[in-house]
Design a protein around this ligand. Structure first.
Ligand code: S3P
Length: 163
């Protein structure tokens, strides 16, 4: 089955600081598809940056906005999208993502993650988050790619995983 040849969207999941937005934007450019960053979409809709949503409205409210954004993004076809790292914490997001998209896990070793200062890493600690989330990411992924070399390698690997 050639996934790249169909019009399902490609959705990147993985740990915060693992390169989803950077790699996603480059993959989109290479495939000639629009790129959507789900966290940015949420920030636009709510009218504040994600860390402020966490602080002022709380994580539960953020998760509700996130599900709405995922629902909206997954109505469209042919996109490349990057989700926030916590999208896998809400089982309700599973069907929304898998109905119309290929879910690609971007794996990045713990020591290479760049997630200091992000809300969830502040609250829980990156290593703890990594430990808790690994199984979820693997279970949600239709394909998985290592982001442990250069950016260009990661982009190539995502595109290769779609073929
Ligand atoms: C979160 C990851 C963030 C953002 C929010 C919660 C998480 O996105 O959605 O801070 O729970 O892992 P990134 O993965 O882009 O940092």
């Amino acid at each position: 089955e050639r996934v790249a040849a169909d019009m399902r969207s490609v959705v990147l999941i993985g740990m915060p600081g693992g390169g989803k937005s950077t790699v996603g934007a480059l993959v989109a450019a290479r495939l000639g598809r629009p790129f959507v960053d789900v966290d940015e979409r949420i920030a636009q809709r709510v009218g504040m940056p994600v860390p402020e949503i966490f602080e002022r409205l709380g994580e539960a409210a953020f998760r509700r906005y996130e599900t709405e954004a995922v629902r909206e993004v997954c109505k469209e076809s042919g996109l490349v999208a990057a989700c926030g790292g916590g999208v896998v914490t809400q089982p309700r997001n599973y069907d929304l993502l898998h109905q119309n998209a290929v879910v690609v896990l971007l794996r990045r070793p713990l020591e290479l993650l760049a997630c200091e200062g992000r809300p969830v890493s502040k609250a829980t600690g990156v290593a703890e988050l990594f430990r808790r989330r690994a199984k979820l990411y693997e279970a949600w992924a239709d394909a998985a790619v290592e982001n442990d070399a250069t950016l260009e390698d990661a982009v190539e690997r995502v595109i290769a995983a779609l073929e």
